[in-house]
Design a protein around this ligand. Structure first.
Ligand code: HEM
Length: 458
């Protein structure tokens, strides 16, 4: 009898666990199996420039892992008000009924910004915030771990973006602003954080706003659309999770890149080929993240433009020596993985120097520079190294298919009507001028950039 009771209770527990697993929100398990690879990378760091740059990225920006670790639930106390204020105010930011009435939109923005400014002034102690950042900058890690620093970077960046737009969907009033004064609480920490990561933009970037916006159990912390439909919430979640998942799957590929290069430089070409083959296989799986998710059933085209993209834009700036200097928001072109693969293939960079310095953390820039410098592809000999050459071509072909698919799939998302706003991408800001003749005309330069990138992927 006792045995039957025990078996029955085990069955109930197992069924419950299975049901719970089914209902559980999608999560990405990060940072679970990298330790052997990190040891390997650190082992080569003293002898190889790529390993050294990757090791530095992991230990500094990654707080010991990659994708970066982020202590969102353990902020130094002087930064806690920022997180509280974001979480308190963000449910009011989106509206299910965007209006075309300029005055009403202006009022919504003023109300959001007014509440945020007031709460920040009441709760944030700027001297304490600056003192903590100064201590960290001077190398004192006693009160402030790297993973907490990462969490602060994300938190301040998303608070700045929330203040920038003040209402979602993004509206023309906000897009027409050229210069925006931020509350002192949002301006004071920014130069420290940007200096630490080696960036110059006033806007956030893919690392700050997206990659760091997950805790160690893979939960996304700073969401945008809290009280909106499930369709909107799913589009937001699936879209941003793709970028984390790309870096999760990217990490073992960075490791294999190091091994491919090290083996080749040591004259162990067979081993180099094995590592290269492993990259090809893993790349196919990584790109499936994009193919499986960037489609209407996962990220609805009816909501993406109005509810998901806008928050990550920027499009304001400042006057410098009589000239207007504008910053852009986030783009897929910030993603480390694609820059690293291009460098590994020996291709030229997509982003010009100015944009690299503004939006890409210095340790990511240095890693790609080291990979490019040690790219073995142009050292291959036609007859002796034909297997390696063939394998590189397979990687090139994967990237071509990705670029062609990205170009085709991006367009219908951007083309979807959003009458409350001007034509804009987050990464390139407003595309429309009074002379623009519709979407086709506004989008052509970007489409040309994507076509050009596909062409040089050889
Ligand atoms: C609806 C979703 C998306 C749209 C509308 C879109 C649109 C665009 C546009 C217009 C560009 C060219 C302008 C620029 O550089 O900013 C671009 C570049 C880029 N995007 Fe996206 N994108 C989307 C999603 C993604 C995703 C999910 C990824 C990767 C996971 C990605 C990766 C890239 C990369 C790597 C570039 C640089 C060009 C290249 O290397 O081929 N994009 N995107």
């Amino acid at each position: 009898m006792a045995l039957i009771t025990l078996l029955l209770s085990l069955l109930v527990v197992a069924t419950g666990a299975a049901l719970w697993a089914l209902r559980r929100p999608e999560k990405t398990q990060i940072n679970s199996k990298n330790s052997d690879k990190i040891r390997d990378i650190n082992k080569y760091a003293s002898r190889n420039e790529v390993a050294s740059a990757l090791s530095r990225l992991i230990s500094e920006d990654g707080a010991g892992d990659w994708p970066p670790r982020c202590a969102h639930h353990d902020l130094p106390s002087c930064f806690q008000p920022y997180q509280d204020i974001y979480l308190e105010l963000i449910p009011n930011m989106s509206t299910a009924h965007p209006t075309l009435d300029d005055e009403a939109n202006g009022n919504r923005m003023a109300e959001f910004r007014g509440s945020m400014s007031k709460l920040l002034a009441q709760r944030v102690n700027i001297p304490e915030v600056e003192a903590a950042l100064k201590r960290f900058e001077a190398g004192d890690r006693s009160a402030f771990t790297r993973e907490a620093y990462n969490a602060v970077y994300c938190c301040i960046a998303v608070c700045r973006h929330a203040y920038r737009w003040a209402t979602i969907p993004v509206v023309k009033q906000a897009q027409n602003e050229m210069v925006l004064d931020f509350p002192r609480e949002l301006d004071a920490p920014w130069p420290y954080l940007q200096r630490h990561f080696g960036l110059t933009a006033e806007s956030g970037n893919n690392t700050a706003n997206v990659l760091l916006n997950f805790d160690e159990s893979g939960d996304r912390i700073y969401k945008i659309n809290i009280n909106m439909s499930d369709l909107i919430k799913q589009a937001e979640d699936v879209f941003f999770r793709m970028f984390l998942d790309v870096e999760v799957s990217g990490f073992p590929i960075y490791h294999e890149m190091v091994l491919t290069i090290v083996a080749f430089e040591q004259g162990r070409k067979e081993a180099s080929l094995k590592h290269l083959e492993s990259i090809t296989g893993q790349l196919r799986e990584l790109l499936a993240i994009f193919y499986n998710n960037m489609k209407d059933t996962r990220i609805s085209r009816t909501v993406w433009l109005s509810y998901v993209q806008g928050f990550q834009g920027w499009g304001v700036g400042r006057m410098v020596n009589g000239e207007f200097d504008k910053f852009d928001g986030l783009s897929g072109n910030h993603v480390l993985f694609f820059q690293a693969v291009d460098a590994f293939l020996g291709l030229g960079r997509y982003l010009p120097d100015e944009n690299m310095d503004r939006y890409i953390p210095v340790n990511q820039r240095n890693l790609c520079q080291a990979i490019k410098k040690h790219s073995i592809r142009d050292k291959l000999n036609d007859s002796e190294d034909s297997a390696l050459k063939q394998e590189f071509l397979k990687i090139v072909n994967h990237m071509k298919v990705f670029r062609a698919a990205h170009r085709t799939r991006a367009r219908p998302y951007l083309e979807h009507p959003a009458p409350e706003r001007l034509i804009m991408t987050a990464g390139k800001s407003v595309l429309e001028t009074p002379q623009t003749k519709g979407f086709e005309d506004a989008y052509k330069p970007l489409d040309d950039m994507l076509a050009q990138r596909l062409e040089v992927t050889v």
